[in-house]
Design a protein. Structure first.
Lengths: 153, 84
């Protein structure tokens, strides 16, 4: 029996998500260019290209996040949608993580949209079949037992 | 609240896009928060309205919470309308 080899540890690497930028990216040397402070406190900003992520996916992700964060949406120039995230508690949470989670949620909802579109004919067929099974057939076929074979004996 | 100077707490104004925050969503939020803040909505241009929130709050934390909860409520209403 061969010895069990330990699973190699995965090395996590930061990936850039196409279509998503910190709002001031390219204009600042800050560690997280999207982190800003105003009279309402710290907030992070994510700028999204609606050509890559449907508006429905953006709304769903924003709606999902209003449970844990204060979220504000705006439309910037060139049609990009800007998402502003703030912690519900002034001392709570790392807004960089919030942005990263928001980007993941965008991908999640976008993929769900794609899969829903791809599988729509199958789901419709299954639902139609399920309903058709409940529709009564015309005539009494199958409802009365056939005992003709007893008469032959 | 008698004896408290609300004018010391600043108003918060934003210009919002009505393609995201529909007038109905803003009106719903305005109605829901009528006991917590006074809201002015004015037309500023194509698909843009200016919204000023005057919170009725006694301290900074409450002031922040009222303003941000107002915007979360408006976003919830807008999302429900868009996704309906």
């Amino acid at each position: 029996m061969s010895p069990i080899r330990p699973t190699p540890r995965m090395r996590r690497t930061l990936r850039t998500v196409p279509g998503i930028l910190g709002a001031d990216e390219g204009r600042s040397s800050a560690v997280w260019p999207g982190l800003t402070t105003d009279q309402l406190g710290d907030h992070s900003v994510v700028s999204i290209d609606p050509g890559l992520y449907s508006e429905a996916a953006i709304y769903k992700a924003a709606y999902w996040f209003t449970d844990r964060y204060y979220v504000f949406l705006d439309r910037a120039q060139e049609g990009r949608i800007v998402v502003e995230l703030r912690a519900k508690e002034t001392s709570g949470g790392d807004l960089r993580i919030a942005c990263a989670e928001f980007c993941n949620a965008l991908i999640d909802f976008r993929v769900r949209d794609i899969v829903a579109k791809e599988t729509m004919p199958i789901r419709e067929a299954l639902v139609t079949k399920a309903f058709m099974e409940g529709v009564p057939q015309s005539g009494l076929q199958g409802a009365i037992s056939d005992e003709r074979h007893l008469a032959k004996k | 609240m008698p004896g408290f100077d609300f004018s010391k707490l600043p108003d918060v104004s934003r210009i919002v896009d009505t393609r995201i925050y529909s007038r109905r969503a803003l009106a719903d939020a305005q109605a829901a928060f009528r006991d917590h803040c006074h809201v002015d909505i004015r037309y500023v241009g194509h698909a843009r309205v200016g919204v000023t929130v005057h919170p009725v709050a006694t301290d900074d934390a409450e002031w922040r919470r009222v303003v941000l909860e107002f915007w979360n409520f408006a976003l919830d209403a807008a999302c429900q309308q868009q996704l309906a």
